[in-house]
Design a protein around this ligand. Sequence first.
Ligand code: ADP
Length: 354
Amino acid sequence: MPHLTISDLQKTYGDDIAVDQVSLSIERELFSVVGPSGAGKSTLLKCIAGLELPDSGTIRLDGEDITNDRPSERATATVFQDLALFPHMSVGENIAYGLKKQGWEPTAIDEQVEKLLDLVQMPTARERSVQTLSGGQRQRVALARSLAVEPAILLLDEPLSSLDANLRAKLREDIRRLQRQTDTTFIYVTHDQDVAMAISDRMAVMTAGSLEQVGTPESVYEEPTTPFAATFLGDNSTIEGTAATDDGESVGIRVGKTESPIRGVASGAPVTSGDQVRGFIKVEDIRVDAGAECANTVSGDVTEKRYGGGDCVLHVATEVGELRARVRDCSEYSVGAKVRLAWQPSSFRLFPAD
Ligand code: ADP
């Protein structure tokens, strides 16, 4: 039996469908929900926490229906972006807060606070006022406070978005480690695909209230099954054309007046000859001035180059539209240079154009 089972969950605000018939099973894992602002991620999380009640659908934890339980009745804890630590309490008092409310014995509280301070790697901070802590330390105390009550599920809503990039990178590793060490289910909501892909066992891509695709970060990134999933993750160029040939392995599309079709793979709904199609190719899958082994090749002129810290993205005007390709060294290419771009059909994902 899955740990958490969400079935046909629906939540509307007036005419606004925030969560639209969402069904999902989550095991003991670090599961992320990633999508743009307004996708319904927070609303989904609030329904799991009991902070919002859905219009319809069910939420089951270990088989038990918790859909309409109060927040305090369910074994969930939540960490928000604007973590509300109690400012006039010490670190230890903050961590102990939920335990006192649950009626733990003083000696058990004492042991649990020590255990959590160790877990978040702040063993000597117990007496410190939370007002003297850095942003990263505060977030660790917030994690410790939420984990202290030993929830079955820890819900995290954009917990790192107010931190700077270096701290975010450090804290996301802490979150990954805490999930493994506590063997608690973590559900992590974020618009930040890099965080979601770096730490998740599995993730869901969400937009307009619906889950577009659920899977491991690798599978969702490498094998998107919807145009939204294909374009939301990574940096993608788009080519539009008309499906022409299908050799069973790949589909050829004609783009404008190009001599030979560009080959790709149908990745969602089937594509048949004559269909208008839209294909997506990730920036790292296009090779620049490589050998002749790739099936798809086009020539073009570099119109822009963007240094990205360690690599460089070229914008290239071609007969099939603007394509973006990554190269190691920005200095090797100048704006106006002629380049040859090549890519494999397997990395060109085709969908029927809507
Ligand atoms: P996300 O977390 O992905 O940014 P939200 O769950 O916050 O998305 O919002 C989903 C949709 O529901 C949005 O259109 C938002 O405006 C709407 N919404 C969320 N909360 C409320 C609310 N309390 N009242 C009215 N509309 C809301």
